[in-house]
Design a binder for this molecule. Structure first.
Ligand SMILES: CC1(C)c2ccccc2-c2ccc(C[C@@H](CC(=O)O)C(=O)C(=O)O)cc21
Ligand SMILES: [Zn+2]
Length: 328
């Protein structure tokens, strides 16, 4: 039946990227397991995975979460570009200007700031690991997630263990710029609508990730809002897979797939929970290698070269000497 449109295209940010649609199937449709085992994205409906959490809004959460501190990211603009400056060398870290800052705060304070937010204020993005200390009411809802469905999926796909569930509360219009993760991800939407633009690992050359040793490792250097086609000419060849998900939907984000994520403008704050799984064991290697395997190989080469050369400035010249005029 024709679904009631509760959002429209004017709530999506405009980018110069051609898009195809991610397919949508009911959780018991064989196409779901077929697509997931092929490492292809799919929107899964009717799973009831987080049905017990569909009432999670900030008022409910602040009532039922202990007074535990939540991690809240502040940004001066709508972009929340992830960075990891823990594992970064001091010389690289010294030059790096973090685009966001992390603050611990109680859910009640976050709710208040959300209510009182005015244009020009820093934007907020709450991301809190769900565990058994967040509060009895939340743990009760969490335990009532549709675990037998997702556990059977994990087993059928021979994924590794569930590593974490992140509770995510984003302001309308927040953007997580394009990046990839090294885990399988089932992303459950609870409140509001989120839009994903995803690219397969094969499009590595179009998305120009930062060097592996950079704090923005795994993020694309391309600013989707103002692409620099001189520096990143191959971005012209990128083709995105678009998915818009709402309450009750689950999106499968395959390991190593790039994803740009935004909470729809004028759609109110969004609540989501993601389920990150370690990759399964690689059975015997088959040739030709898959895109994500080549990405993993390139990452290892970068790490090895950095280890050997020690000075990051020497990596470029050595790689150019190795390739230009020889492998080009
Ligand atoms: C941007 C933010 C809040 C952040 C800041 C600092 C450190 C980590 C993270 C982090 C990690 C995951 C997400 C969820 C999602 C993107 C989205 O839904 O916005 C996503 O990428 C995924 O589920 O893989 C969001 C974030
Ligand atoms: Zn991600």
């Amino acid at each position: 039946m024709e679904e009631r449109r509760v959002w429209d295209e004017t709530q999506l940010r405009k980018y110069d990227v051609p898009l195809v649609y991610v397919p949508k199937y009911r959780y018991d449709d064989p196409k779901v397991q077929e697509l997931i085992s092929a490492n292809k994205p799919v929107i899964i409906t009717g799973s009831e995975l987080v049905a017990s959490a569909l009432n999670w809004d900030v008022d409910y959460l602040k009532e039922h979460m202990n007074n535990s501190n939540c991690t809240v990211i502040f940004s001066k603009n709508h972009k929340f570009k992830y960075f990891d400056d823990k594992s970064v060398r001091p010389d690289v870290k010294a030059k790096f200007v973090p685009p966001t800052r992390k603050v611990g705060m109680k859910m009640a304070e976050f709710a208040k700031r959300l209510r009182e937010w005015k244009k020009g204020d820093e934007r907020l993005y709450l991301q809190q690991m769900l565990n058994n200390t967040v509060g009895p009411g939340i743990v009760h809802d969490f335990l009532r997630f549709h675990w037998d469905w997702i556990n059977s999926l994990q087993k059928n796909m021979s994924w590794g263990p569930l590593t974490s569930n992140l509770l995510l509360i984003a302001m309308e219009g927040n953007v997580t710029p394009c990046h990839y993760d090294e885990q399988q991800n089932l992303f459950a939407q609870i409140r509001g609508f989120k839009r994903f633009i995803m690219f397969p690992p094969e499009q590595f050359e179009c998305l120009y990730p930062y060097p592996v040793y950079h704090p923005h490792d795994r993020q694309s250097q391309v600013d989707f809002e103002r692409p620099d086609y001189m520096k990143f000419p191959k971005f012209k060849g990128a083709v995105g897979h678009e998915a818009v998900i709402g309450p009750g939907d689950v999106l499968y984000i395959p390991i190593y797939w790039w994803h740009h994520v935004e909470s729809l403008m004028r759609g109110g704050y969004t609540v989501s929970v993601n389920f990150w799984y370690k990759a399964g064991p690689t059975e015997k290697i088959e040739y030709p290698l898959k895109g994500y395997q080549k990405v993993a190989i390139m990452r290892n080469v970068e790490k090895m070269l950095l280890e050997a050369l020690h000075d990051p400035q020497e990596l470029g010249p050595l790689l150019r000497a190795l390739v230009l005029g020889r492998y080009t």
